[in-house]
Write a new protein. Structure first.
Length: 149
């Protein structure tokens, strides 16, 4: 049975369309339609074609292999370019490559610390705050912990 296969890569997925090229008996058509329905194809009576959509290269490869095994295929595969049916392996590779997105570069750390309003450039002190000593004022002396016991 001769079929026409049309594959299109669009928005990260592939749509496979298949339609009969030759006239077949009603019984042959019913077998053809049942087989495609079992494989996940949806029939469009207006266009008299079946279609299947996938987002995975593995499923695409399996469907194209199935179609090649079951039917005499004439086809166009459209992605970055138009591929012949014989170039389907390259079409699958190109589809897979189109799904791999480069990792975004990591952001560079800022070269200077961010500016905060009312901030001073001095490092915060980890000791008791110091008071300026003027005249007769003396800073309080704290006893050592060993002196408290």
């Amino acid at each position: 049975m001769k079929v026409d296969v049309d594959c299109i890569i669009r928005n990260g997925e592939v749509e496979i369309g298949i339609s009969l090229i030759e006239r077949v008996s009603q019984q042959e058509f019913e077998e053809y339609a049942d087989t495609l329905r079992r494989e996940g194809f949806e029939y469009d009576s207006y266009n008299q074609s079946n279609s299947f959509t996938t987002k995975t290269p593995r499923m695409l490869a399996a469907m194209l292999k199935f179609l090649d095994k079951e039917y005499q295929v004439e086809g166009k595969l459209r992605g970055k370019k138009v591929y012949s049916w014989e170039e389907r392996d390259q079409f699958i590779k190109d589809f897979e490559a189109s799904l791999v997105k480069p990792e975004p570069p990591e952001p560079e750390p800022p070269s200077t610390p961010p500016e905060f309003p009312n901030a001073t450039s001095e490092e915060p002190s980890t000791t008791e705050p110091s008071h300026s000593v003027t005249g007769s004022e003396q800073p309080a002396i704290k006893p050592e912990p060993s002196e408290l016991t």
